[in-house]
Design a protein around this ligand. Structure first.
Ligand code: G1P
Length: 292
């Protein structure tokens, strides 16, 4: 069955990114030349997914407005004969079919996904957490969808993280495998590193069976007192119906100050127009000159 719909949870307050995220939603903070939310939507579009529901909270309407046509802006660009910019703005508003739904209370990621259940219906769907920025040169979601289609099981993306940081993530207990795709025996949200099943962390990309919505309806609060998507997926793992796929590309947590800076530098380096000048500039500052 083709996977055509996605949910992007973007209702959080961005406390790890204050003060930048006080009045500007963290999903609208710019990395090089576009806001974080645009990287998320472009990643989905690369995988052929154009039906996208963004879960927001009150005051974050600008996150979805970024993809809406802006007639006033377009009129000005026409008047000033800025044809390239006009085409770029039109492309942005035609990128995908974006809708939004409000999460009224911050009850957790599992709840945020469940709030978008009517958008999903009976089809498999992708969940993408926009803080986690994957290298835009990759198309990892397409690989995950392939695994979903090959196995008929839901798929979570994982990456090996330093052991001392595993407590900030969901951690999986994988079956031994020679492949990047492996079956998941169990998973746990934000484990104590001393008892984490592995250092393979969930990195915010999921291809899910619609049944997950029914499980979420009955999922009770877990780690941090929140309704956790990880806990709902534990049911699928127990039934032998959950796969993990290992991502081997570059990844940044753009929801933290350090990860944001790293993403900005790395993506500026590889930007087709800005990269050359930027590398020379950094070399002038005494920083690295090439190949970030
Ligand atoms: C969420 C998920 C967690 C995952 C993480 C990735 O946690 O619950 O399983 O590892 O995203 O960034 P959060 O960072 O929202 O607390």
């Amino acid at each position: 069955m083709p996977v055509q719909t996605a949910i992007i949870p973007a209702a959080g307050m961005g406390t790890r990114f204050l003060p930048a995220s006080k009045s500007v939603p963290k999903e609208l903070v710019t990395v090089v030349d576009r806001p974080v939310i645009q990287y998320a939507v472009e990643e989905l579009v690369r995988a052929g997914i154009t039906n996208i529901c963004i879960v927001i909270s009150e005051g974050k309407e600008a996150v979805t407005q970024h993809f809406a046509p802006n007639a006033k802006l377009e009129a000005i660009l026409i008047e000033k004969a800025k044809h390239e910019l006009l085409a770029e703005m039109q492309k942005l508003s035609n990128l995908a079919d974006i809708s939004s739904v409000n999460q009224d209370q911050p009850l957790g990621l599992g709840h945020a996904v469940w709030v978008a259940r009517e958008h999903i219906g009976d089809d498999p769907f992708v969940v993408l957490l926009p803080d986690e920025l994957l290298d835009p040169a990759d198309n990892f979601i397409a690989e995950m969808i392939q695994t979903y289609q090959d196995t008929g099981s839901s798929v979570v993306a994982v990456d090996e993280v330093p052991h001392e940081t595993i407590g900030s993530y969901g951690s999986i207990d994988p079956e031994p495998s020679d492949n990047d795709a492996m079956r998941v025996r169990a998973l746990v949200e934000k484990p104590d590193p001393a008892v984490a099943p592995s250092d393979l962390a969930l990195i915010g990309r999921y291809v899910l069976d619609p049944k997950v919505m029914q499980i979420l309806e009955h999922t009770t609060p877990g780690a941090g007192g929140e309704i956790q998507l990880t806990d709902a997926l534990e049911i699928l793992a127990g039934e032998g119906r959950l796969m993990a796929q290992r991502y081997r590309g570059r990844r940044w947590d753009a929801g933290t100050k350090k990860g944001y800076l790293q993403a900005t530098l790395a993506l500026a380096f590889q930007h087709p127009e800005l990269g050359g000048d930027f590398r020379s500039y950094l070399a002038g500052l005494g920083g690295p000159s090439t190949n970030a």
